[in-house]
Write a protein that binds this ligand. Sequence first.
Ligand code: GEK
Length: 251
Amino acid sequence: MTKDIDESTRTATDQLFAEPLQQIERFSFNKSVVDVFPDMIQRSIPGYSTIIGMIGDLAERFATDNSRCYDLGCSLGAASLAMRRRISANHCEIIAIDNSAAMVEQCQRVVARDHSATPVSVHCANLQDIEIERASVVVLNFTLQFISPAERDAIMAKIFNGLLPGGVLILSEKVAFNDTRHHELMIDLYHCFKRGNGYSDLEIAQKRDALENVLIPETLDQHRQRLKSAGFADADVWFQCFNFASLIAQK
Ligand code: GEK
């Protein structure tokens, strides 16, 4: 098992959608979600641990002296800690951002328990509002999907401008497919994955309703096109499992 998620945060089992709900509210990253988040994300994203581990590998390779690494939509800091444990560059700092106060509060506790050398600061902010400067690594690990598609181009342009030459963006997303049959197959395989991880059909259906119009997936072509328009010449997929993928783009 890779040391990707802080063991002390592996707490409660996600049962948020286990009972029939009268009314399904829009999904939000509130305290109830924070309390079960490590279990939820692990059982809901195929390849999550692999991606987190690889973010550490990539940070080791791409983080440079006197630069910044950004973890945008950091949740409980899994990607920040993976980077922190692997970075050997001097005077490098990690900036972790999330707009959920409950997440940030818990993330600060998790980060404080880790004593690796590279400093990590955790801030509660909309990633649309922060400046990105002197970046060698920018991570958007399953975050862009929660932001309105109308705002995504500007975010990508800001990241490109804030990256140093040679710096990388790691963009992980739930994706859609143009071909209906393929799209349905990927969703079906994904639901099998969730069932295999102990989620019932009711939980899968209620969570899906809660995420409707909250998590908005795009196709890999849409992501590649946006990255290209922002200035990244060579963005492409480095990991995919069903309808979950991660792209890497170098400036
Ligand atoms: C991980 N990256 O474990 N600004 C800042 N944060 C945001 C915004 C925004 N505009 N919108 C959503 N978030 C993490 C997992 S979870 C993915 C990322 C998931 C935050 C939101 O509060 C949540 O913590 C995170 O993005 C998405 O590697 O739960 O599927």
